[in-house]
Design a protein around this ligand. Sequence first.
Ligand code: GTP
Ligand code: MG
Length: 292
Amino acid sequence: MHKAGFVNIIGYPNVGKSTLMNSMVGEKLSIITSKAQTTRHRIMGIVNGDDFQIVYSDTPGIVKDPSYKMHQFMNQYINTALKDADILILMTEPDYPFADQEIIDKFNASQVHVIIVINKIDLSNQEAIMKEMETWKVKMPKADIIPISAVNNFNIEKVFDTIIQYLPEHEAFYPKDELTDKSTRFFISEILREKILLNYKKEIPYSAEVAVDQYKEEGNLVRISTIIYVSRDSQKAIILGHQGQAIKRIATAARLDIEEFIGKKVFLEITVKVSKDWRDDETTLKHFGYDQ
Ligand SMILES: Nc1nc2c(ncn2[C@@H]2O[C@H](COP(=O)(O)OP(=O)(O)OP(=O)(O)O)[C@@H](O)[C@H]2O)c(=O)[nH]1
Ligand SMILES: [Mg+2]
């Protein structure tokens, strides 16, 4: 018997959804930072065994009161996640419990099996965790409730075993050597975006988007040119930094990660362009992949 199915991971921003998926897949597919709304696209991570295939989807955190069109696109992923999942992982934290009643009601009414994963228990205590588990038993009586620490890989096997238990009987959906649905170009732009998130403050990380303009293999070297789009000239100046120091720093950090990711030497070029109000422009958003 072969089992296969789709497991969608949803929750508020920054609760550790990407950390869990990477840990389950055993690869750094999704970028992780301490900033909320790190993940902007739905990213698939596939785990294969001889008699099973689990297709995870890491989704952008659920944003309340979406003020930008980009956030509306991100919230649409949640509705899609509800429709096409076999199993849903609702991730939450003891000190930051998920409290969107409308979504909880939707889950309770659906046929999809829900696993409540209470993450970051390393930051909490026994009493608070027990209390949170009790609360969830009342809110979602049919769901499994599993406390974990995704960064410490604590109780991850419990999540895996529970998924296998509920995974439907089905043939594999993707070839068994496939790890993800996203392209090398996508991962390159994500690596660069991670460096922007890590190296700039305030609104800069949220004003920037990255595109890969060219990817050319020349023997053992890969030439990659990328574009960082920002909304304003002042943001471009910050991205570049005094005498270009800031952009040099992120270029080096990104190049090293990209080299590790593709296993070749990389020549990385970054151009910064000003593209006004890209967040509200549907054509530009589609160009960046917000069209699912
Ligand atoms: N202490 C602790 N920190 C964690 C744990 N899991 C994740 N984190 C941290 O929480 C932060 C957010 O993790 P992500 O995996 O990026 O969270 P996310 O839910 O994907 O966030 P968005 O993509 O912004 O929605 C990072 O700094 C992680 O290192 C955990 O089990 N314990
Ligand atoms: Mg994420």
